[in-house]
Design a protein around this ligand. Structure first.
Ligand SMILES: Cc1ncc(COP(=O)(O)O)c(C=O)c1O
Length: 391
């Protein structure tokens, strides 16, 4: 195969997707509780999104950011209207959105605070992407190995440790950068109180709070953005994954005080915010802001969590079930890969988060019946007597 071997893939491929289901060429149906790692939040081929994309395909694909792009301005207005932010920058991926946030924080540090070597504090177990700056920001050594020299300007402190964070703080620090629910690191939500103390401390020290919402954004946690569950107002957030429901789109949103620091010529992206991506993004947002959409996601999140507590938490080897909204992790006392393979055989697609955590990221349009079906399958493959039978 003429591809780099950088992914370890399952021996499986799909030819069609519809709502929460994926189909193989042989017609076998799978219930998709991974959503392409938190991307197809509205399910596969959502009618409103597909229609918006089809209409745009016949109108205009790409013009570059040398020109005004109406769809980009409208998508930005929607994102700002449903948050406290004042400006959006569009790009193509989560890592690229995080790069933009890092650059903006540094620029603000240099020009507003006269800081010569700006530093950004991040947390262990975090994941922020695969570019050089974002692997450096990521609090997991495995993503950095072999890629040195890495850029300077990042300090990683232990997960949820405010004391340590205060200890490493110095005059060069410009920002704290975190995922409110760490995704790749094991589906770990930060405590409400910790987040409040951190936010207040950032304000006191006049440093920026940057929230990586690449995985938690776009309805995943039951609010449009995860920070809205925590009643805080970060200075910057980054988005990608669910923003385009499968069309590659990333975004950085920031408050008014920061917008002047990305003036003309300071930053850009050839493809970022092109009409094709923006027509799709607009349709995704318009669907998610329907009055009943997010309350229903919250209800379904509660139902998933409760059903897992009742049916799965008591099973041998299950250490903890945690999460927020429809982003749930089941931590086992052993590697989850064999379990994921068994679930695939049963027709359920899940993904891991680290070695021992089974991560559930169902599409937000999932039904209670489909949640029950998935939980039953998880219960079935975790049943110790079944493992005995398989041996
Ligand atoms: C929280 C978070 N940030 C950033 C990224 C990187 O996004 P991308 O793969 O689109 O560059 C991911 C991807 O999993 C993520 O989960």
């Amino acid at each position: 195969m003429s591809l780099f071997p950088n992914y370890s893939r399952f021996e499986l491929s799909f030819v069609k997707g519809e709502g929460p289901y994926l189909y193989t060429a042989e017609g076998k149906r799978y219930l998709d509780f991974a959503s392409g790692i938190g991307v197809t939040n509205l399910g596969h081929c959502h009618p409103r999104v597909s229609e918006a994309l089809k209409n745009q395909v016949d109108q205009l694909w790409h013009v570059s950011n040398l020109f005004h792009i109406r769809q980009q301005e409208e998508a930005a207005e929607l994102l700002c209207h449903y948050s406290h932010f004042d400006a959006a920058f569009f790009c193509n991926s989560g890592a690229e959105a995080n790069e933009a946030a890092i650059k903006l924080a540094r620029k603000w540090g240099h020009e507003a605070r006269w800081i010569e070597e700006p530093k950004i504090i991040t947390f262990t177990k975090s994941f922020h992407g695969r570019t050089l700056a974002t692997i450096t920001a990521t609090g997991q050594d495995k993503v950095k190995q072999g890629f040195g020299p890495l850029p300077a300007g990042f300090i990683t402190v232990p997960y949820q440790d405010l004391e340590q964070l205060k200890k490493v703080f110095g005059s060069q620090v410009v920002a704290v950068f975190l995922e409110l629910v760490q995704g790749e690191g094991g589906v770990r939500p930060f405590d409400y109180q910790f987040v409040h103390e951190l936010t207040a401390w950032c304000k006191e020290k006049n440093i920026l709070l940057i929230v990586d919402e690449v995985q938690t954004g776009m309805g995943r946690t039951g609010e449009l953005f995860a920070f809205q569950n925590y009643d805080i107002q970060p200075d910057i957030i980054t988005l990608a994954k669910g923003l385009g429901n499968g069309i590659p789109v990333g975004a950085m949103l920031a408050t008014e005080k920061l917008t002047p620091y990305l003036g003309p010529g300071t930053h850009g992206s050839t493809f970022g915010g092109n009409p094709l991506a923006m027509a799709t993004t607009k349709a995704v947002i318009e669907e998610m802001i329907q009055p009943s959409f997010l309350p229903e996601v919250k209800e379904k999140g509660k139902f998933l969590f409760q059903t897992l507590q009742e049916e799965v938490s008591c099973l041998e080897g299950v250490k903890e079930i945690r999460g927020l909204g429809l982003m749930v992790g089941i931590e086992l006392n052993r590697p989850v890969l064999p379990l994921i393979k068994e679930l695939l055989q049963e027709g359920l697609i899940c993904v891991s988060a680290g070695e021992n955590v089974l991560r559930l990221l169902p599409p937000l349009i999932v039904t209670e019946a489909q949640i029950k079906e998935a939980v039953n399958l998880i219960r079935k493959v975790l049943d110790p007597t079944r493992q005995h039978v398989l041996i």
